[in-house]
Write a protein that binds this ligand. Sequence first.
Ligand code: ATP
Ligand code: MG
Length: 561
Amino acid sequence: METTSKTNFIREIIDADIAAGKFGGRVHTRFPPEPNGYLHIGHATSICLNSGIARDYGGKFNLRFDDTNPSKEEQEYVDSIIEDVKWLGGDFGDRLFYASDYFQQMYDWAVELIKKGKAYVCDLSPEEVRRTRGAPAEPGSESPWRGRSPEENLGLFERMRKGEFPDGARTLRAKIDMAHPNLNMRDPVMYRILHAEHHRQGRAWCIYPMYDWAHGLEDSIEGITHSICTLEFEDHRPLYDWFLDQLGIYHPRQIEFARRTLSNVVTSKRKLLQLVKERHVNGWDDPRMPTVSGIRRRGYTASAIRAFCEEVGITKVPGISDIWVLENAIRNELNLSAPRAMAALRPLKVVLVNYPQDKTEEMEAVNNPEAPEAGKRKVPFCRELYIERDDFMEVPSKKFFRMSPGQEVRLRYAYIVKCEKAVKDAAGNITEVHCSYDPATRGGDAPDGRKIKGTIHWVSARHSFPARVRLYDALFTERDPEDVEEGRDFKESLNPASLEELTAYCEPFLRDAPPGSRFQFERLGYFFSDPKDSAPGAPVFNRTATLRDTWGKLEKKGAGA
Ligand code: ATP
Ligand code: MG
């Protein structure tokens, strides 16, 4: 089911363009990632924005790899990006493009600019180019090679392409204005020499276009109408315009919006790569990572991510969204859709001393109280059970109404039981708890109407099975881990307790949970059977989210630090 998104300033601009008949009423957007890492939640915002606009305006959406820099790009990244964009619902149809396929066209256009006297081959080193650029309030100085004739430039540029010069020996620069108030306009480099293997072009090229030269051309070639990008490109727009105007080619409209990041994670690709390489996480798709693949493996649905993007919206003001806003999106969805199950994460054995040794009963449990059509199931019950260790206290604190000696508690869907005593080993550790059950309370209700304050979940010791379960906490304790004092490492605020692995005892039907299924374990949170690590009959569960927001603690810690 497709929905229409709420409006934002970009949609208002598009509405105005359509009303004015600009682009003949066409709407064509794109998402242009550089394949040098996995996509993260910030990219998801951009995908939802661009593909959502194309969908709602009956337009088109392209996926284009901005693969102009050979040194950091890999096929693995290309594959993961395609998978993530599709999964998020970005419908690019057959419009999957690679900027590298335009290299010849870009080269021809560069030749055209050289012929027009608008570009020149410069022999300054990269360092000298930087030094002669000037500062915002101070003009740069002109390159001594700026006056080369178009003929000389054409010859040199051709030789650059043929591979006659080593890396960094020469560049092709636009001839604009070394005193321009916008530094991007001070004879920017268009091509550099780089003898490197390209993931698609192999060794066909040894000169590579710079991002600022390439990007506007790519949008122009594809007939993009609204070229939506993040704020840092605002100052580059005059340069893109200049290139397109000099060439006299089709001109998209660029609109900038603010990046959005998430609290308690980092979203810079360089830092994410560092976490992977240094093994602080188990790969790009570790469920603690803010990557689309990590969030997916955590158990999020694409619709929850879209709901999150919709919720945080699009603005001109950069911001950090609290991670609980993302968690709430998945809770809201799974509360309605996830079947319920019972499991004991930290099991404590309970023996019902007056329950027959070999008897088994089938208790009736509701699959989803939010969805009556999900029906009911039978849960086996017997003399020995596991409950959650936290649900027992030998010496109860004041507001503790769960299991403690002398008290009655309700076992959900089963019986009211009274705790007799805790059994301990020689070291004084509690090994099991003895209770007696009240046979008159089958289903959990007392016929005499006596009040039972606590209800706890359980599994049958004989019928349940052990499963690996992974619980997650914030990857970083700081709200904005990238905001660190100079000389300090962002990894200092990595949360040492971000992953906890347990062996839980689970209700029998979970044994056959297909990889990639979602459940609510009652009172414990939403869980997802890991698609990679689960095996038939041996699911591994990742906790997607707790039932309630547990971020209060962290926030206080972050604020006080
Ligand atoms: P990073 O800074 O993580 O390396 P990037 O911007 O260099 O990201 P690209 O592959 O160039 O990565 O990004 C593709 C598109 O995603 C760009 O159009 C960019 O504007 C957009 N984008 C990247 N990060 C965010 C973000 N945090 N919020 C919104 N859009 C983003
Ligand atoms: Mg970028």
